[in-house]
Design a protein around this ligand. Structure first.
Ligand code: SF4
Length: 349
């Protein structure tokens, strides 16, 4: 099989640990997701990802600690005030403790995100962090996924034992959302200056987003000293008018995940690439991360528990097993063998 010369040149660089630059990433995204070029990239990204951590997968979890109709009105989010009838619910410390104990009880949870809406009650979040730390059955990392914060709030979170924060300048921020892109950038700065680790994402990707938009965002993110970058697609929700724009396939998402993972080779501070929602194609394309969810999430427009999209811890363990990962890595970088016996022991099969 002969590839065209620009493609060959990019592959050669990748094998010298030099990831594709922005222009090269745009070029790579011009191939169809099912093309031999794309599947080659996915395979290389998969191989590099597996070599880094001896074929270990990682499990995160997120708890929606404080939800309400959100004034940010992001058009793709089921919490947006314009499109939701969700009832506000702030978890009590007892509820948070039960969630944390349940998620962490087997010792294979790498880290836990505490999620709120855009408006943040920082004192409540700090209390939730304390409860989380006290309730973890094993030491896992603690991260926040909250709204825009100042440097002093970021420092308070750091001093309370928070390891990192998930924060995003979304695609078409300020157009498809009512948030000011400058405020989002200021929060990136606050996170970086406070010493919290930054987890970010290129999201929410829909079919209308061009390669230019996607990789402008990915490479802007690199300027903020992140430890993880993800690719996330927009979820189809019939109640949201934006869903008329359509959705990209999991294969397209896996292609983007692979290109992002390969581009990160030039940024050694980056520890991992995630693909959201986690799925088997992403797990064989440069991402070794799955994520469980507790409570509401911004991609469900139903309150019916049976209909919810979020994964459980056992879903994550099974998905990593099915993707061929041989162990799960803990927050102190021990490896737990991911065998049928383990899945039986934790009740996953
Ligand atoms: S994505 Fe976040 S900020 Fe936007 S509406 Fe949803 S909860 Fe609010």
């Amino acid at each position: 099989m002969n590839f065209e010369e620009p493609f060959n040149a990019i592959i050669k660089n990748i094998f010298k640990d030099k990831g594709p630059n922005k222009e090269e990433c745009k070029y790579l995204l011009s191939f169809e997701p099912h093309s031999i070029e794309s599947t080659t990239l996915m395979s290389i990204a998969n191989n590099i990802c597996r070599s880094k951590l001896s074929n270990s997968g990682v499990i995160y979890a997120q708890i929606a600690i404080d939800i309400a109709p959100c004034a940010a009105n992001c058009q793709f989010c089921s919490f947006s005030a314009e499109h939701t009838d969700i009832k506000p619910h702030r978890m009590s410390m007892e509820e948070i403790a039960i969630a944390v104990q349940t998620l962490s009880k087997e010792g294979d949870l790498f880290g836990i995100f505490l999620m709120t809406m855009e408006n943040v009650d920082i004192d409540y979040v700090l209390k939730a962090v304390e409860t989380t730390r006290e309730s973890l059955a094993y030491g896992s990392q603690i991260w926040v996924n909250i709204g825009d914060i100042t440097i002093s709030e970021a420092e308070k979170l750091r001093d309370a034992g928070v390891n990192g924060a998930y924060h995003v300048l979304r695609l078409r921020e300020g157009v498809d959302t009512m948030l000011n892109p400058d405020d989002r950038i200021e929060t990136f700065d606050a996170i970086r200056k406070s010493g919290l680790q930054l987890y970010t994402c290129c999201e929410p990707i829909g079919p209308e987003h061009t390669a230019e938009e996607i990789f402008d965002r990915v490479f802007l993110n690199y300027q903020y000293g992140l430890v993880q970058q993800s690719a996330m697609r927009r979820t189809y929700m019939p109640s949201l008018p934006i869903s008329k724009r359509g959705v990209i396939s999991q294969l397209r998402l896996a292609q983007i995940t692979a290109i992002i993972a390969l581009s990160s080779l030039s940024y050694p501070e980056i520890l991992a690439t995630a693909c959201h929602e986690p799925n088997l194609l992403g797990l064989v394309s440069g991402s070794n991360i799955t994520s469980a969810e507790w409570g509401a999430n911004p991609r469900d427009d139903t309150d019916e528990k049976a209909e919810k999209r979020g994964l459980t811890m056992n879903d994550c363990r099974r998905m990593l097993f099915e993707a061929g990962y041989s162990s799960i890595i803990t927050s102190d970088f021990r490896q737990i063998s991911l065998t049928e016996e383990y899945l039986v022991k934790v009740g996953a099969i």
